[in-house]
Design a protein around this ligand. Sequence first.
Ligand SMILES: [Fe+2]
Length: 155
Amino acid sequence: MKIDIGIDKSQREAIAGGLSRVLADSYTLYLKTHNFHWNVTGPMFQTLHLMFETQYNELALAVDLVAERIRALGVVAPGTYKQFVQLSAIKEEDGVPEAHDMIRRLVEGHETVARTAREVFKAADAASDQPTCDLLTQRMQVHEKTAWMLRSLLE
Ligand SMILES: [Fe+2]
């Protein structure tokens, strides 16, 4: 059946394309955070191991909401590592960074998702796509708050 929600096809496709970038950023950050949960060492081990767990669990739930919004707009959601590497603005890690560098990389990751979400918001807003605007607003809120919390560990 045709989709008739008051947003034309080209706008739905443009928004879904933007959301695919948010999804790829979020999935890459999810894996990076889980990786750091596994491999962190040092005197902050307990704090960081648990903090990273809270963060990757939140990201695991978030990627589902983003992907399902893409589907609701009538577009196929990317779901392979190959696509995520192409779409994501967040780079994967080589090797295991030292604990403070893990924190820095995660701050950068959360800031990157916030920037991508903020950019995509404009297209959603222009098309009166309030559900996507709402989702992106919530994601920006989480990523900016998490970036602040991580940044605070470095001061
Ligand atoms: Fe674990």
